[in-house]
Design a protein around this ligand. Structure first.
Ligand code: NAD
Ligand code: MG
Length: 396
């Protein structure tokens, strides 16, 4: 831990990860200070957070939301300054006063400020997996060029990070790593008959058995696209090819992932399913700090079980592997089509099983050109969304 207080910018402060981050931060006022908070629409919660943590800045993309927050904060005597517009998020992420950026915006919307943090050489706590799926090569190049420190928050990747050697250089072979084993809970429909999946509702899809999360990632867990995005995320974070990344269904969510070495050793990280553990790990790294998470009671759990993933029941997982192997813009297209399909499902405009169909059709139709700049990535993302919306309309 650095002797002075780490100054933190939280992107997506009002979300599930943002709230857990501030919970851990509040336990260690001597170590952390909040420099900026950002959110999208939840002004009530952002107002409360600003009153409690007194950040220098609050950043909102939408001017109307910013104006409302500004008035409320001024009336309450707060000295937090409210910034607005897409550039505001980039500015607080890259500000010289920011040491650490928690990237916890959901979806592709998080890419510009997260990439800006990478370019500015920040310590980045990466929850926003979509940003990395979208821009993997570009993002990792920016991290290397600036000397940014990238710490994974996704529980699986945080577990892998903890099980890798201290001086791991994104080269599994050089470290004697044979396989990365990503565990998956299997979501709420692990045992549901495929025919019954036809009629499942957003409420059922969002009722995750082990984790409480935002709605988008909850649906991703139900389709297992979440695990697919995580395979791509692991590829970029750890430099492992698709063949070295395996998915293991583990319904108890106690083992958060594993690394197998060439000597046959398998190292795992275990814990209760509580995101404050990976958040505290990354906030404190390389030190360990209290997270407020209760001890793991192995006697209560008693049994850990494992299953092979069912690629037929969960076609999204196969589509993600396919996009990773194809490379170029394919992961960006996969992600964009998924975001559109999930939004349509949550809006009751698309059936649950049509989500994978929309993504497969979009991957077929949008050519996977190489993507070597942010503009090229955003163009692929935009084109894929257009095609995905057509495919959704054809099925609703
Ligand atoms: P959430 O929906 O609870 O919160 C999303 C946050 O992003 C909110 O603060 C919201 O204001 C902000 N946001 C949404 N749209 C925005 C936009 N267009 N511009 C700016 N801000 C916007 O989501 P979450 O569950 O906290 O997930 C956040 C990220 O972390 C996702 O990428 C998710 O995949 C990842 N993640 C979450 C968990 C979890 O347990 N929740 C676990 C692993 C990874
Ligand atoms: Mg995860």
């Amino acid at each position: 831990m650095t002797p002075s207080r780490q100054r933190i910018t939280v992107l997506g402060a009002t979300g599930s990860i943002g709230v857990s981050t501030l919970d851990v931060v509040a336990r260690h006022p001597q170590h952390f200070e909040v420099f900026a908070l950002s959110a999208h629409r939840n002004i009530d919660l952002l107002f409360e957070q600003c009153m409690r943590f007194a950040p220098r800045f609050a950043a909102l993309e939408l001017p109307a939301a910013a104006a409302e927050l500004r008035t409320r904060l001024a009336d309450a005597g707060s000295r937090t300054e409210v910034l607005e517009g897409p550039q505001a998020l980039i500015d607080v992420a890259a500000a010289p006063e920011t040491d650490t950026v928690m990237a916890a915006i959901v979806g592709a919307a998080g890419l510009p400020p997260t990439l800006a943090a990478a370019q500015a050489g920040k310590r980045i706590l990466l929850a926003n997996k979509e940003a990395l799926v979208l821009s993997g090569a570009l993002f990792m190049d920016a991290v290397r060029a600036s000397g940014a420190v990238l710490l994974p928050i996704d529980s699986e990747h945080n577990a892998v990070f903890q099980a890798l050697p201290e001086r791991f250089e994104r080269n599994p072979a050089a470290s004697g790593v044979r396989r990365i084993l990503l565990t998956a809970s299997g979501g709420p429909f692990r045992d549901t008959a495929p025919a019954e999946l036809e009629a499942v509702t957003p409420e059922q899809a969002c009722a995750h058995p082990n984790w409480v999360m935002g709605r988008k990632i909850s649906v991703d867990s139900a389709t297992m696209m979440n695990k697919g995005l995580e395979v791509i995320e692991a590829h970029w974070l750890f430099g492992a090819p698709a063949e070295q990344i395996e998915v293991v269904v583990h319904p108890q969510s106690v083992i958060h992932s594993m690394v197998e070495y060439v000597d046959g050793s398998v190292l795992a990280q275990l814990g209760n399913p509580d995101m404050r553990t990976p958040i505290a790990h990354a906030l404190g790294w390389p030190a360990r700090i209290e997270a407020g998470v209760r001890s793991l009671d192995l006697f209560e759990i008693a049994r850990l079980t494992f299953e092979r993933p069912d690629f037929e029941r969960f076609p999204c997982l196969a589509l993600a592997y396919q996009a990773l192997r194809e490379g170029g813009a394919a992961p960006a297209v996969l992600n964009a089509a998924n975001e559109e399909a999930v939004a349509a499902f949550l809006d009751r405009r698309l059936g649950f099983r049509r989500i994978a169909e929309v993504i497969a059709a979009t991957l077929e139709r949008v050519r996977a050109l190489p993507v070597d700049s942010l503009d090229a990535i955003l163009a692929a993302d935009g084109r894929a969304r257009q095609v995905a919306r057509e495919e959704i309309r054809n099925r609703s």
